[in-house]
Ligand binder design. Structure first.
Ligand code: MAN
Length: 745
């Protein structure tokens, strides 16, 4: 007989109508106390009651008896409490519960030992955290001091560099551009003439500054711009503002000072022994191009290809030359080369009077190179890296036009000499065109233009003679001389008609200034007495191509320009001397930079140890170390267990691994994710995730369930689903008050 549950509402007539049934219920309730007391009084035998509760033996809480076994004359509980005293059940609990009691005693002992260790650890952690926090204050003060020191050194460096940059800019303005000699030179020129002077100065600079070969911009002009804080950017020719250059307001001082980047550039240029660098060097990073290569479109072009297309061998590219090669090289290159102003300007430069000797040299050089290529049986366009041995081998059998044996080494030398001059001349064309391009799109004040002239002459390493030669080509007063003696097609020195130097009259005075004329005088005398012209004439007189045995200066009218610094007593050197004499304390700056680096390193070290120290104590709020820092005892420790063919290892704050055999290597089961306390069971659960990917499955992961124990050790390992690993662990960090209550200890 039993109380059946009834549907909720409406309530039917009471089921317990039978008086006998009532008595049974009452008896059962008494018997099941206290285990079922709640169930009984809340709903025993009521229409909505659940099935009658089971009876739990007082000393065996896990042994649950159905009502049918109560008072049935059989002693189920070890103390016989399921039967009335009259049944005289013997108490056999000591025997029956031995194992259970031992287990419980063990649990209790573990808990006592574990909780003691836990408490001791927590107390130690609290002490450690406190003293660490005190230590941290000191370390943080140290880091702040280091930062301040770094800043102070940085300020010193900045001051020194800025002082240098300011000195350089003002020297260029006052001592150089403002010097009477320079003023005299500049005052005689119109705006347009200044631009022409810059264009050809760029051309000469392109030929002189062979170390700048990679550049297609007039570096000398760029550098001149730097001294004016003038910058101009890529693709912004139609942006007048950008083309004007900029003076940035210094953020710290609020003063209108040039930007720090520019200061750095100026200083770097100076401290690198004056090597020309117009690139912006982002601190510690890669140099980025600060400004445009004006003849940008031919920047990416394969020059060997270009030379092969360049049929008239003048460094520029006529449309029909390109058209012929389209099939081979596609339209893109054609567009690049033909479009835009670049070509127009290169053509203009090429056609200028100043370039005539260059062009005639290129034409002649092309013929000679072709002839050499034919004789040596090598392709015309080589990249110049042909080796002596290769050529030597071929050369043994080489014969010249007349069938005589020739010396291939001489030919190789001649080829190299011609090619390097060609390269220089073509770079000159490009640099000149780049200056033209700049002037076509920007409008500089008179003052800036004057200073660009001065700077370009300075950085381009031009000598007074070269300035004089440019004047011969650009000043209208010399037009008659120019037209009377066309340079091309004559074997005379290109400037012979200008010798002896003749002044012109400008603004009521003789022009160019006497120091330029004096230098030109020396040049004219040297020209007259050198054998170069005769040699060049002899070469030119030949009707057929004779391969020369050397390429003398003046060969076909072209003499490689000489750096001002290599010319003794050049008057421009004296004018520019103040620039070269600006004191530059690189030693002090270097020492400061070294100090700054050292300080930064030690600051980093301090910051790193501050970080590590915080980690050591669980971060600012201690949360990373678990409740009250309980994980501290296990931090960075590893625990392992052998299960089947694998040894598993889990490292707190580290990784979990599965190893096989001798244990080398192993499969990564994941990285430490943290420890949570399970809401309903109160158990601590540690997790590792994102391990090695399982074949056709998820990434491996590991979970460790902790239970209170006197020691920290893994007690079991399973893989319930493929690549999901579950471990049991005994740990004293789990021996807290909550565990004691839940375990009924
Ligand atoms: C390896 C071990 C196993 C895992 C399989 C899955 O053999 O990591 O634990 O079940 O890979 O392919």
């Amino acid at each position: 007989m039993q109380c059946n549950p009834a549907p909720p509402a409406p309530l039917p007539a009471p089921i317990i109508s039978d008086p006998l049934m009532l008595i049974w219920c009452a008896l059962l309730c008494v018997a099941l106390l206290p285990v079922a007391v709640l169930s009984c009084f809340s709903s025993p035998c009521s229409p909505s009651a659940p099935p009658p509760p089971l009876f739990a033996c007082p000393q065996q809480p896990t042994l649950l008896l159905p009502p049918s076994r109560i008072h049935d004359g059989i002693c189920d509980c070890c103390d016989g409490k399921d039967e009335p005293p009259s049944a005289r059940c013997p108490d056999i609990c000591d025997r029956v519960l031995k194992k259970e009691r031992e287990a419980r005693a063990k649990r209790e002992a573990s808990f006592r030992a574990g909780s003691q260790r836990r408490e001791a650890d927590l107390a130690e952690f609290a002490r450690k955290r406190e003293s660490t926090l005190r230590g941290l204050e000191g370390m943080e003060a140290q880091a702040t001091a280091a930062s301040e020191e770094v800043e102070a050194v940085e300020r010193q460096i900045r001051t020194l560099k800025r002082e240098y940059a300011n000195a350089r800019m003002s020297t260029m303005r006052d001592a150089v551009a403002g010097s009477p000699d320079m003023v005299e030179l500049l005052n005689g020129l119109e705006r347009e003439e200044m631009q022409h002077l810059i264009v050809h100065a760029c051309q000469v600079a392109g030929e002189i500054l062979t170390s700048e070969k990679e550049s297609d911009t007039c570096v000398a002009l760029r550098m001149a711009g730097l001294d004016l804080a003038l910058t101009w950017d890529d693709d912004d020719y139609d942006n007048a503002d950008k083309m004007k250059g900029k003076v940035e307001v210094d953020k710290e001082s609020g003063k209108a000072e040039v930007s720090w980047d520019l200061v750095q550039l100026l200083f770097e240029n100076a401290s690198n022994g004056g090597s020309l660098n117009w690139m912006q060097n982002s601190r510690g990073g890669k140099a980025t191009r600060r400004r445009l290569d004006e003849v940008d479109d031919i920047d990416d072009v394969d020059y060997d290809y270009m030379a092969s297309v360049d049929e008239d061998y003048d460094g520029a590219f006529a449309g029909d030359e390109i058209d012929k090669n389209d099939e081979l090289h596609g339209d893109d290159q054609k567009d690049d080369l033909v479009e835009g102003k670049e070509k127009e300007f290169i053509d203009e430069v090429k056609a200028s009077h100043f370039s005539k000797t260059r062009s005639s040299f290129l034409a002649r050089s092309k013929d000679v190179l072709e002839a050499i290529a034919g004789i040596l049986d090598v392709p015309l366009q080589e990249d110049g890296e042909d080796t002596e041995t290769e050529e030597g081998a071929k050369g043994e059998t080489a014969k010249d036009n007349s069938g005589a044996k020739i010396d291939p080494a001489t030919y190789t030398m001649v080829r190299h000499a011609l090619r390097s001059r060609e390269d220089a001349i073509r770079r000159g064309f490009r640099w000149a065109a780049s200056a033209k391009l700049l002037f076509a799109f920007s409008n500089h004040s008179d003052e800036n233009l004057r200073r660009l002239v001065v700077g370009t002459l300075y950085y381009g390493q031009l000598s007074a003679v070269q300035v004089w030669q440019i004047f011969q080509s650009i000043l209208p007063e010399y037009a008659t001389v120019r037209s009377e003696t066309p340079i091309i097609d004559t074997c005379a020195s290109p400037w012979a008609s200008s010798c002896p130097p003749k002044p012109i009259h400008r603004k009521g005075a003789n022009y160019p200034p006497s120091y330029i004329l004096a230098a030109a005088d020396v040049f004219c005398e040297q020209q007259a007495s050198s054998g170069h012209i005769q040699e060049a004439c002899a070469a030119q007189a030949e009707e057929s191509i004779t391969i020369p045995s050397s390429i003398p200066d003046g060969y076909y009218g072209y003499t490689s320009p000489v750096k001002r610094s290599d010319i003794k007593g050049d008057p421009l050197s004296a004018i520019f001397a103040p620039m070269d004499n600006i004191p530059l304390d690189t030693v002090e700056v270097d020492a400061l930079e070294t100090r700054k680096k050292d300080l930064e390193r030690s600051k980093k070290d301090t910051e790193r140890s501050i970080n590590d120290t915080w980690k050591d104590i669980g971060g600012k709020d201690g949360a990373q170390m678990g409740q009250d820092g309980e994980l501290h005892a296990m931090a960075n420790k590893c625990y392992d267990i052998l299960a089947g063919r694998y040894t598993y290892e889990v490292c707190i704050f580290g990784g979990a691994t599965q190893k096989e055999g001798d244990g080398s290597g192993g499969t990564n089961l994941g990285q430490w994710k943290g420890m949570d306390i399970h809401e309903s069971t109160g158990r601590r659960v540690m997790k590792w995730a994102n391990g090695q990917k399982c074949w056709n499955g998820p990434s491996r992961s590991a979970t460790v369930y902790l239970t209170c124990g006197a020691e920290n050790k893994l007690t079991s390992a399973t893989e319930p689903d493929t690549c999901r690993y579950v471990f049991e662990m005994e740990s004293y960090i789990a021996c807290d008050g909550d565990y004691r209550v839940r375990a009924g200890l």
